[in-house]
Design a protein around this ligand. Structure first.
Ligand code: ASP
Ligand code: MG
Length: 422
């Protein structure tokens, strides 16, 4: 049986018609290799941002349904243009939107999850020898309503299609050459990783390495779809392969360093120290759809029988969080201050190699200490250690950690790509 390769091209790769022609050539090359090809594309360039801006000009709070109607149009343009470009080069191609295929999602606007993908139409067209071009980012509910998967969601569309079709691999073509040990704009001799595990990639993505939509990696892990992140412009570079940790040989304790300055820290002071209080606090935040990242509860003070609870949230949820806490005050008897600090960054080291290897955390703390960087909060998972530091210290911390864990290479990375801010 022929192998199926799913390819995904992001907005910068299809930003104008010359770039679309270039994508068509890359797609055709894969077809010429003897594979069946399904291509997923995002909206051209900054189209989605532009659509969001127009909506905001008209309404401070546009309805979720109309936002999805609007944003899904961006991908509609790029699929038709790419199919035409492929046809113009003499190959047979057909474009489909999510409704036509049946990319079924939950009934939620602006961040729906895919629940099922119908494959009949895809298989039929592949069997006819066609290259299929699919609109990323969008889905449809059982009632025929259009949904979107959240910003950056085309990566997830591509991986979900690869899983549904039992594809050989899902190649994510982008404007960077792969996944790096850290942001090359901060550390110019950051190394490109040849391989990284799903688990590490997920931690890196959540820690601020915005190369991929985190849900795409979760989906790839769940269904065992190998992913490759590579440059659309430098095709001789194979980029970074993302696969199960069991398929990797691990030499170093740390694989990557990431920083995320999009969070704020909240300290709720003098919380009564009795059962059920933390539950009430975090249930309230969850009910408002606010996700919490790091959490620390201090020891109870003997005299007042209270403790302090500190946690971090997304900066975007700050005002929602503060009003939720204000509402809770009387309910759980909060009398103390609520302190807010949005001048912080979370710096994380990630690596499957730190499992069962003592001394990694102490090296991290010692390194930050030597740099005179104060650690405000710490959290750990099996393969990640994160420290909350002042925002101004974040880059210094990343550089020092990258150095101490020996992640640099001799070459200087090409940093023209659209990497995240640190
Ligand atoms: N066009 C959408 C966005 O800009 C989806 C994507 O690019 O993955 O977020
Ligand atoms: Mg993207």
């Amino acid at each position: 049986m022929r192998k199926i390769i799913v390819q995904k091209f992001g907005g910068t790769s299809v930003a104008d018609t010359d770039k679309i022609k270039n994508v068509a050539r890359t797609v055709i090359k894969e077809k010429e290799n003897g594979n069946d090809v399904v291509v997923v594309v995002s909206a051209m360039g900054h189209t989605t941002d532009y659509l969001v801006k127009m909506a905001k000009d008209l309404s401070p709070n546009p309805s979720g349904r109309e936002m999805d109607m609007l944003l899904s149009t961006g991908e509609g343009v790029s699929i038709a243009l790419l199919a035409m470009a492929i046809q113009a080069q003499g190959y047979s191609a057909v474009s489909f939107n999510a409704m036509q295929i049946g990319i079924m999602t939950e009934n939620v606007h602006s961040k729906a999850r895919i629940v099922d993908i119908k494959t009949e139409k895809l298989r039929k067209n592949l069997n006819e020898g066609k290259i299929i071009v699919v609109a990323g980012f969008q889905g449809v509910t059982e009632d025929g309503e259009i949904t979107t998967l959240g910003r950056g969601g085309s990566d997830t569309s591509a991986v979900a299609l690869a899983a549904a079709l039992n594809a050989e691999r899902c190649d994510i073509y982008t404007d960077v050459e792969g996944v790096y040990t850290t942001d090359p704009r901060v550390v110019p001799n950051a190394s490109r990783l040849d391989k990284v595990s799903y688990e590490e990639m997920l931690e890196l993505a959540h820690a601020g390495a915005n190369v991929l939509h985190p849900r795409s990696v979760e989906t790839a892990k769940q269904f065992g779809v190998p992913m490759r992140v590579r440059s659309s412009f430098k095709l001789d570079n194979l980029g970074t392969l993302i696969l199960g940790v069991e398929k990797m040989e691990i030499y170093k304790p740390v694989t990557g360093v990431a920083a995320d300055s999009s969070q704020a820290r909240i300290v709720v002071c003098d919380v009564p120290d009795k059962p059920g209080v933390a539950a009430k606090l975090f249930t309230k935040l969850a009910s408002e759809n606010i996700s919490v990242d790091m959490i620390i509860q201090s020891y109870a003070r003997k005299v007042s029988n209270t403790n302090d609870i500190a946690f971090t949230i997304d900066m975007a949820d700050l005002s929602k969080t503060v009003s939720a806490l204000e509402n809770l005050k009387s309910e759980i008897g909060l009398t103390g201050d609520i302190q807010i600090n949005d001048n912080i960054a979370k710096v994380s080291i990630v690596g499957a190699g730190m499992i069962d290897r003592p001394g990694v955390a102490s090296t991290m703390f010692e390194t930050l200490g030597q740099q005179g960087i104060n650690i405000r909060m710490i959290s750990t998972s099996e393969i990640k250690i994160s420290c909350l530091v002042d925002k101004d210290d974040a880059q210094k911390a990343v550089k020092a950690l990258h150095e101490v864990f020996e992640l640099s290479c001799d070459e200087t990375a090409d940093v023209k790509g659209d990497l995240p801010d640190v």
